[in-house]
Design a protein. Sequence first.
Lengths: 112, 111
Amino acid sequence: QKEVEQNSGPLSVPEGAIASLNCTYSDRGSQSFFWYRQYSGKSPELIMFIYSNGDKEDGRFTAQLNKASQYVSLLIRDSQPSDSATYLCAVSSGGSNYKLTFGKGTLLTVNP
Amino acid sequence: DVKVTQSSRYLVKRTGEKVFLECVQDMDHENMFWYRQDPGLGLRLIYFSYDVKMKEKGDIPEGYSVSREKKERFSLILESASTNQTSMYLCASSSGPAAQYFGPGTRLTVT
């Protein structure tokens, strides 16, 4: 059974701080990694994807991937109250790689 | 921008009714998915389709069926709705192994 694990939180950070969200996955054959943001009562929204080891930056967001450690993270710099949401990590499923396995999400709260 | 639409945002049905949830995407994506999301259980895949008239069971297909007659449209059918099918239903689409894009969701209540 392929698994994606996230700390459920809540993770609470002050406004302007760096929020660090972590995700581990069990399938070594995973190739693509995605971060979604989900506001309460809304559907998930794609914010980042990463395919290669290392860092990928997009504005205030940085995704980090370490395939050897089966670990992917999302850093949010200069956190804002509007970043308060649940963040879902998703991993492509090896062979039939159009399916994604989702973690249960980490609830982030940014305090003004 | 990818746009995925779902037929209803909120739906209330009675036990035993047949329920149709419809999803339409405008990006010519070959893959479409139906999930349900419940507190503490996360997103669970019900069915997916990688081509017109093709479908595969996901992790929790019991009590559901699907139909994909056109590439842009993927329907989820609850043959006989039960209270344990009260949930948020989310449709998504993707092209190949790329990211999935979600519709706004349908909150279904079965009474």
